[in-house]
Design a protein around this ligand. Structure first.
Ligand SMILES: NC(=O)c1ccc[n+]([C@@H]2O[C@H](COP(=O)([O-])OP(=O)(O)OC[C@H]3O[C@@H](n4cnc5c(N)ncnc54)[C@H](OP(=O)(O)O)[C@@H]3O)[C@@H](O)[C@H]2O)c1
Length: 236
């Protein structure tokens, strides 16, 4: 499977954060196979340097590694977690646990905010550039019809707000920058193993290829896009 990105110039540079995950690996594989992509750098907890969402110096170290090679056109944040420290999503209000809420915010919202803080400045200035973060449809407040999953939902909703604020601020000085919160569909991965039928879930390469196609076509509007793997807008 391949997915060529056409909206960036030849020899564009890409970075994938969370490159050890199912979707992260798929993005790295697809970008490495794209003849227009000059380099794709991947960072995760087991890379050198390593990237830990709870540790800003580790994020700075990875950003410095990227900066030494020049500006980048595409940054994909494919990090995120549903089960954290052995605690899965809450079914009921009485299951809410303060520590789980804090940890979900730390991993799914604060960590990605720090990724934007340190990687957005590395993106090309006068050309199209894209920062995309893997969010989730369940982070939509309007689309929440089932309730539950308090900390995961709330942390993805917070992530969406952080992306939107970044998009609005960055647009003032860099009108060609595009920001996206992505819903990848239900994809086979460690994250979904205990929660979704893996046989009917999408293959990570399939989802990542569709998401790259979507990213390739998103316009710079001054606001972030919240979209799924078919390019359909999701209400915030
Ligand atoms: N799969 C789906 O159906 C689905 C649906 C909706 C949204 N999403 C979102 O898509 C993203 C990727 O999910 P996936 O399915 O590819 O999951 P995955 O295979 O579990 O990958 C998650 C990635 O996040 C990294 N990560 C988790 N906690 C971290 C931390 N504290 N510090 C640094 N890295 C950390 C993991 O690193 P390690 O390898 O070191 O653990 C891994 O690289 C997530 O944000 C998820 O919420 C997925």
């Amino acid at each position: 499977m391949s997915q060529a990105i056409t909206a960036f110039p030849h020899n564009f540079r890409a970075v994938v954060l969370g490159s050890s995950g199912a979707l992260g690996q798929a993005f790295v594989q697809l970008l490495a196979a794209d003849p227009r992509c000059a380099s794709v750098m991947g960072f995760c907890r087991s890379s050198a340097p390593a990237l830990f969402l709870e540790d800003e110096p580790s994020i700075i170290h990875c950003a410095q590694e990227v900066a030494s090679g020049g500006a980048v056109h595409l940054v994909i944040d494919a990090t995120g977690a549903l089960v954290i420290d052995g605690r899965g999503p809450e079914k009921r209000l009485e299951d809410i646990n303060a520590e789980s809420l804090v940890r979900a915010m730390q991993v799914n919202a604060i960590g990605p905010a720090l990724l934007m803080k340190h990687f957005v400045p590395l993106m090309v200035r006068d050309q199209r550039c894209v920062f995309a973060s893997l969010s989730a449809r369940v982070g939509s407040i309007e689309d929440n019809h089932k309730g539950g999953w308090y900390s995961y939902r709330a942390s993805k909703a917070a992530l969406n707000m952080l992306i939107q604020s970044t998009a609005i601020e960055v647009h003032r000085k860099r009108p060609l920058a595009v920001f996206a919160a992505l819903q990848p569909g239900t994809v086979q991965s460690r994250l979904t193993q205990a929660f979704a039928d893996q046989a009917s879930a999408m293959a990570p390469l399939d989802s990542a290829a569709r998401l790259l196609q979507v990213l390739d076509s998103l316009p710079s509007t001054g606001r972030a896009h919240f979209v799924d793997y078919e390019g359909r807008a999701i209400p915030w």
